[in-house]
Design a protein around this ligand. Structure first.
Ligand SMILES: *[C@@H]1O[C@H](CO)[C@@H](O)[C@H](O)[C@H]1NC(C)=O
Length: 142
């Protein structure tokens, strides 16, 4: 595991982040959260972290939106979501079930956020309300 991480580092390949699937209907190929292979992701303020998700949708997708939920101390807080089809950087809407698509968003961590731990659910929802992607990962704001 460690040698593999070192080798990937030497080769300049970003390795995937270990996340939980929280009910994706699509197939997740890989998730990369910047600077975080093994959560909890330690994030500093202010900063933006890439959230890159490669996936195959379960059905044809003509519209997408992102919802982000931060679960902090037993309470769900909505975090402003960054868009949908405009975040597909490899391929474009409509998405087909035969394709693999890369979604690239940024997770904004604002200076005014308090230092705390949260579980972030990152949900990409299609035109019919289906969660094509739902991935969850803990973060610690330092
Ligand atoms: C995320 O994807 C974007 C667009 O393809 C790329 O520029 C960026 O380097 C990726 N970030 C990481 C951490 O891999």
């Amino acid at each position: 595991m460690i040698y593999q991480a070192i080798l990937l580092y030497i080769l300049g390949i970003t390795s995937a982040t270990i996340v939980q699937d929280c009910g994706s209907v699509g197939t997740i190929v890989t998730v990369v959260i910047e600077d975080c292979e093994l959560p909890p992701c330690l994030v500093t303020r202010p900063n933006n972290y890439d959230v890159n998700i490669t996936f195959t949708p379960a059905n044809e997708v003509t519209g997408l939106r992102t919802e982000i939920d931060a679960y902090i101390g037993g309470i769900h807080f909505p975090w402003p979501g960054p868009g949908g089809c405009n975040l597909i950087v490899e391929g474009s809407c409509p998405l087909q079930t035969s394709g693999q698509y890369k979604y690239h968003a940024a997770m904004p961590v604002l200076a005014e956020y308090p230092a705390l731990s949260a579980v972030v659910s990152w949900i990409v929802i299609d035109q019919d309300g289906r969660q094509q992607v739902c991935v969850a990962f803990p973060i610690t704001i330092v």
